[in-house]
Design a protein around this ligand. Structure first.
Ligand SMILES: [Zn+2]
Ligand SMILES: [Zn+2]
Length: 321
């Protein structure tokens, strides 16, 4: 997700204010939406209760979804009530929605150089893990954070230690939950701007907790990897395979970019309308090496229906059923 808020964008995913922006307020479709064999979804609002996200995702034509399990800009998360969890389970079974991906809130910085901030982040991330377990989510996505005030090596070590501390006594494997480290746009002091850094963090975490990676197309592109040319795409995937392993990439965040390759500026754009364009998404979605992954959009919602249109744009690029 973008760390900087674009004030001009009317709404961010997960912050829809209702009204026309909310698919639940639209007249229900007469026929069930067409879905793909591939798992495709979008970051979905939990407004009105976490389980309503499943209904929204279904109506948007998704067969996978991502949510925030509590307010993305507040430290204190509210625990999930059992009836909410049950309802989420029921809806997911009815609509065949999987995986459920939970995105960690924006405040958490597990490699902060400030002890107080780090302690708050560890407590908050533990809450994220607990809620993801209550919701029976498959994945919990985490940005590795900012190591400002430390070296990158110290940042890596601190991030791994903080994550280990957060999950102490919690059985993620038994709950079927995996933590996914997301690659970042590569801004100064931000950890995870290269596949190597994500891979290194995964290595450190592997003995402690079930882990994998989430690769964001916008972050990859603005961090300087070429995913737009045929040869660039192949080379980027070769590097991804060498550092993280394609089988460990469980989720792809599918976002076009407003800023150019190498700009390090994280601004998401509608699928096909940015500096990445349609073709790379088509390549990605039809690459048999990636078919095990889920593809989740985190695109802006500037106009009512943008979420539906971005999901459709992705589905249209999938060849075959
Ligand atoms: Zn982003
Ligand atoms: Zn992302």
């Amino acid at each position: 997700m973008p760390r900087t808020i674009n004030r001009k964008a009317a709404k961010k995913p997960g912050e829809e204010g209702g009204g026309d922006f909310d698919v639940l307020k639209w007249p229900a479709a007469k026929r069930p939406p067409k879905r793909t064999r591939l798992r495709i979804g979008i970051h979905t609002s939990t407004s009105g209760g976490v389980a309503l996200a499943a209904e929204r995702a279904y109506r948007l034509g998704c067969n996978a979804l991502q949510i925030f399990s509590s307010s993305p800009r507040q430290w204190r998360g509210v625990s999930i009530r059992p009836e909410q969890s049950d309802e989420m389970q029921r809806s997911r079974a009815t609509y065949d929605l999987a995986p459920l991906v939970v995105h960690t809130n924006y405040l958490v910085n597990v490699c902060s150089a400030t002890p107080l901030f780090r302690a708050k982040s560890i407590a908050a991330f533990r809450g994220e893990v607990e809620r993801a377990l209550s919701l029976k989510a498959e994945y919990l996505v985490l940005h590795p954070g900012s190591f400002r005030g430390m070296t990158r090596e110290e940042g890596l070590r601190t991030a791994a230690e903080s994550i280990a501390k957060s999950v102490e006594g919690l059985d993620l494997a038994a709950g079927g939950l995996q933590i996914l480290i997301e690659n970042t746009a590569g801004a100064e002091f931000s950890l995870g701007g290269s596949f190597e850094q994500v891979g290194e963090l995964l290595e450190r975490l592997r003995p402690v907790v079930p882990v994998g990676a989430c690769i964001d197309t916008c972050h990859t592109h603005v961090a300087g990897y070429d995913i737009t040319s045929d040869t660039g795409y192949e080379e980027t995937l070769r590097q991804l395979q060498a550092t993280i392993g394609l089988e460990h990439v469980r989720v792809w965040h599918c976002n076009d970019a407003k800023k150019p390759c190498g700009s390090k500026l994280d601004r998401h754009e509608h699928i096909g309308q940015g500096t990445i364009g349609k073709k790379p998404f088509q390549r990605l979605l039809n690459d048999p090496r990636l078919a095990h992954a889920a593809f989740i959009a985190e695109t802006p919602i500037d106009e009512p229906g943008d979420d539906l249109r971005n999901v459709e744009a992705l589905k249209k690029l999938v060849s075959g059923p």
